[in-house]
Design a protein around this ligand. Structure first.
Ligand SMILES: O=C(O)C1=C[C@@H](OP(=O)(O)O)[C@@H](O)[C@H](O)C1
Ligand SMILES: C=C(OP(=O)(O)O)C(=O)O
Length: 445
């Protein structure tokens, strides 16, 4: 896990245009869910394109610790033999979630309706993140918690069976909270409902349906309503995981910013609950074309051709935030090179990710010579009009705070800088995108 890796500083500097064709690794959100649901289906689930990043490997280790077999074949296909809904075993040791919020919150949901006890631990970043948002609904279902102050890790969860089905209105727009409740509903007799005033990524709903769960999605007073009838019996699946749009985002912005670039990113997942970054970039003037739109693993996918473009600042509609929530760090980099002002609002959630992403990006971009104003709920960025950022001053280093997306966003900024950008630690990149630097080399070859 990333917290045991020594810091790995690195300098990113302009090395010329990005071109050719690359394929980014599998979607992180979908990979977590494929392992979890496969581990609950009796029989063999086969997964191709699984993201082999530290976060997903933490999920795999946890499911093994609870009785499932989760193994990688020589050809890269993963084979999962599940235990069946209701049959997760008591883990023999604490579940080390590393840096992964998704692993932690979704697994809390799964365990909440099983009669087992689990201790969750994580790295320094994860141990600061709020878990009360999942503890609240899962407590109503009957689970019990002993958490660290501020409802953080390490925490102990005592699940219960039978659990009580609930109807839960999400107080924050969070796919992790929604998914935790739905996963707890799998081993809960009756109707578990989640009401989502603001839609968030719907991978859980899609995949639960694919595995044969009784799940219905409707609308009530303008809100999305998801209803799951337990107890579920899941049927093993063969799943192809599409490329991660959140990983592709770094390459798309790099190609937009570096003059002369013409890069095609293959097989990018474009689920509408995930792809808003690409719409915002187009609104800013980005030349991004979608080729060969198709469906992979029940998700819309296309190849993206991205060419260097002069960008113009925009006011980003806060209603789009959930559909691009992990892409703001790299959007801020695009804004720093655009002509004019980019304003973002409604982004309080960014303060409780792997780092406080508003503070971290404001500090990092300012250090690199951009003009940034940090507000309570967003950043206002005065773009350079296409001129390269100065880069980090001698002896200066961007602080990434154990946050992979800060590291990759500022690496992209480095490619569009005059003097290069020095990053304090690229080790966290391995949580979501271990091949990042290799692919960067390929695209610049
Ligand atoms: O459900 C998921 O897979 C995720 C949901 C989002 O978190 P929140 O639910 O906290 O918004 C996102 O930031 C995270 O990277 C992955
Ligand atoms: C927020 C993220 O992940 P998680 O919540 O799973 O740590 C992310 O990948 O940007």
């Amino acid at each position: 896990m990333s917290h045991s890796n020594p810091p790995s500083p690195r300098r990113f500097a302009a090395t010329g245009p990005l071109s050719g064709r690359i394929a980014v690794p599998g979607d992180k959100s979908i990979s977590h869910r494929a392992i979890m649901l496969g581990a609950l289906a009796v029989g063999e689930t086969r997964v191709t394109g699984l993201l082999e990043g530290e976060d997903v490997l933490a999920t795999a280790a946890a499911m093994r610790a609870m009785g499932a077999s989760v193994e990688r074949g020589a050809d890269g296909t993963w084979s999962i033999h599940g235990v069946g809904v209701g049959s997760l075993l008591q883990p023999g040791a604490a579940l080390d979630m590393g840096n992964s919020g998704t692993s932690t919150r979704l697994l809390m949901g799964l365990i909440a309706s099983h009669p087992i006890r689990a201790v969750f631990t994580g790295d320094a970043s994860l141990s600061r993140r709020p878990m009360g948002r999942v503890m609240a609904p899962l407590s109503r279902m009957g689970a019990a918690f002993e958490a660290s102050p501020g409802d953080t890790l390490p925490l102990m969860l005592r699940g219960i069976s039978p659990a009580v089905p609930i109807s839960y209105r999400l107080p924050v727009a969070s796919a992790q909270v929604k998914s935790a409740v739905l996963l707890a509903g799998l081993n809960t007799a009756g109707l578990t409902r989640v009401i989502e005033p603001v839609p968030t990524r719907d991978h859980s709903e899609r995949m639960l349906r694919g595995f044969g769960a009784a799940i219905a999605v409707g609308e009530e007073d303008g809100a999305r309503v998801i209803e799951l009838t337990g107890e579920a019996d899941l049927t093993p699946q063969t799943i192809a995981v599409p490329g991660d749009p959140s990983s592709a985002a770094f390459f798309a912005v790099a190609a937009l910013l570096v003059p002369g670039s013409d890069l095609t990113i293959e097989n990018v997942g474009l689920n509408p609950t995930r792809a808003a970054l690409y719409d915002v970039l187009r609104e800013m003037g980005a030349r991004i074309e979608e080729h060969d739109p198709r469906e992979v693993g029940g998700e819309p996918v296309a190849d993206l051709r991205v060419r260097h473009s002069q960008l113009t600042g925009v006011a980003v509609d806060p209603a789009l935030a959930p559909a691009m929530i992990d892409e703001f760090p790299v959007l801020f980099v695009a804004a720093a090179l655009a002509a004019g002002t980019t304003t973002t609002t409604g982004l309080e959630e960014l303060r409780v990710k792997e780092s406080d992403r508003l503070a971290a990006m404001a500090a990092a971009l300012t250090l690199a010579g951009a003009r940034v104003e940090e507000r309570a709920d967003g950043l206002v960025i005065e773009g350079s009009g296409g001129d390269p950022l100065r880069g980090t001053p001698a002896g200066g280093q961007v602080a990434t705070h154990l946050d992979h997306r800060i590291a990759m966003a500022m690496a992209v900024a480095g490619l569009a800088s005059r003097d290069g950008i020095e990053i304090d630690d690229t080790a966290p990149v391995a949580t979501s995108f271990p091949a990042f630097e290799t692919l960067l080399g390929e695209a610049q070859a």
